[in-house]
Design a protein around this ligand. Sequence first.
Ligand SMILES: Nc1ncnc2c1ncn2[C@@H]1O[C@H](COP(=O)(O)OP(=O)(O)O)[C@@H](O)[C@H]1O
Ligand SMILES: [Mg+2]
Length: 308
Amino acid sequence: MKKHPVLKIEHMNITFTQYERGLRQVELPVIRDLNVEVHAGEVVAVAGSSGSGKSLLAHGVMGVLPYNASMGGQISYCGEKLTEKKLKKLRGSEIVIVPQSISYLNPLKQIGSQICKGDKSKTKKKKLQEIFNRYDLKPEVETLYPFELSGGMNRRVLISTAMIESPRLVIADEPTPGLDLRAAKRAMEHFRELAAQGAAVLVITHDLELALETVDKIVVFYAGTTIEEASVKDFEQEETLRHPYTKALWRAMPRNGFQFIEENQPYVKELPRGCPFVKQCSMQKEDCKKDVQNRMVRGGLVRCLCAE
Ligand SMILES: Nc1ncnc2c1ncn2[C@@H]1O[C@H](COP(=O)(O)OP(=O)(O)O)[C@@H](O)[C@H]1O
Ligand SMILES: [Mg+2]
């Protein structure tokens, strides 16, 4: 029997309620029919341009969405519904997040106690030493405050805060910007190690090239939905990919010639019902504007009528 994925997100949607001038209430559906699955031992990358909904996905799973957001769909953890009660119990220990911004660090708390979350036990102290070694942080950093560190160091502190636990599920929201290549690679290797110990890791990233060196599977986001799920091997050539947007991402990678397409993600208010990429797609058909469901093509999921 196949084991349950550690994290399974099915048909997630997130809508913001906003008030326009004249107090007219508007609904902004920023995430629609989003599906992601991560198994124990797996590192999955979520790639997509800025504003495609990657952070909202992470916040939705962690139960920390803004007050004017509502979420639908199902999230399960190890085969069971991830309830608010369960989340409250596991957040910060079994389920951890590396947030996107270093502004999540507490400016008034020393780094050491921030990473250890107040735990002063010997075991925790030892773990702190190990994690400082791993992320090239000197022992004296323990008693410093975030404002005394560089951006890159704070970024490593942010990663350490999550990784000092023994998590079963890690969600890292763009953990590597601001890090030099060596530190970025080290963080990715650490995710890999945790996965080897049985954790499920979801890494949200802009850096497709770095992700391809470390992860097992890539989920591609566009305008708030999943448009393709492909293995790393599928990224070896453009032909083995399925969605025209994923192919465009592939061509934009430095090693494939940096051929950028104009970033033209539709604004949520103007989203077509079907494929969000339809306006820019050279293969578009009339039916692409209607509902387009995820389907299996050559062993990978894709939301495209033309993929074969
Ligand atoms: N509090 C909010 N109110 C309204 N819209 C929001 C709010 N937070 C995020 N959004 C919108 O949701 C979309 C996805 O945001 P986000 O998940 O942060 O993108 P990403 O992390 O992929 O760059 C964006 O278009 C953003 O403008
Ligand atoms: Mg983000």
